[in-house]
Design a protein around this ligand. Sequence first.
Ligand code: AMP
Length: 217
Amino acid sequence: MRKYVIMGVQGSGKGTQSELLCADLKLVHISVGDIFRWHVQNHTKLGAQVRRIMALGELVDDDLVESVVRERLDQHDWNFGFVVDGFPRNGRQAEFFMESYDIDAVIHLELPEEEVKRRVLSRRLCPGCGMDYNLIADRPKVEGRCDICGTQLITRADDTPEALAARLRDYAEKTSPVLELFRRKEVVHDVDARPSADDVQAAIRKTLGLPAYTPAG
Ligand code: AMP
């Protein structure tokens, strides 16, 4: 059983690296942001509660986040383990998490602020199938259209310069202390997030002592 948390500023590649890590190790990727985005897109009651806060780049209420995380982990569909992405984001969430689950490692993706801005502001998302694109490194084949399902790509509501600034502020104020908490438990693995996605994945696996990544197919 492998239980990991992945941390890093917005745009550091948490989602991509989690997916690569989960693919052949049969881990389950639990992205709190993705769960919320699903609710917003599907107009659920929870979606209505978080939509505005998310669009502003602010943090959703702790009770709500904790219940979402608990409900997700209670599904126990993670026989081989999980990678939690986007949680915990502040001291209280970290306490809740550490009381309930033992963590084997925290992967910390490090990215300089200039690179964060460059990456985040060029990010595009397919509202149809959830596929992520990046106009710098990972362009769609047809401009503005999803390669998989052809849906018109959108910019995430919180990928604006204003919302990004708010999220970076929140990260520095609230999430950095969480990292310090995990550091004291000696579970943090710092990884340079600047290289290509494959190279970052290789570095993650090396530091965690995991088998090398074997792309499917
Ligand atoms: P992310 O995709 O991780 O950047 O999350 C997108 C948005 O979802 C954040 O800007 C928050 O509004 C909300 N969110 C995600 N995870 C959390 C969390 N652990 N605590 C509070 N809000 C969160």
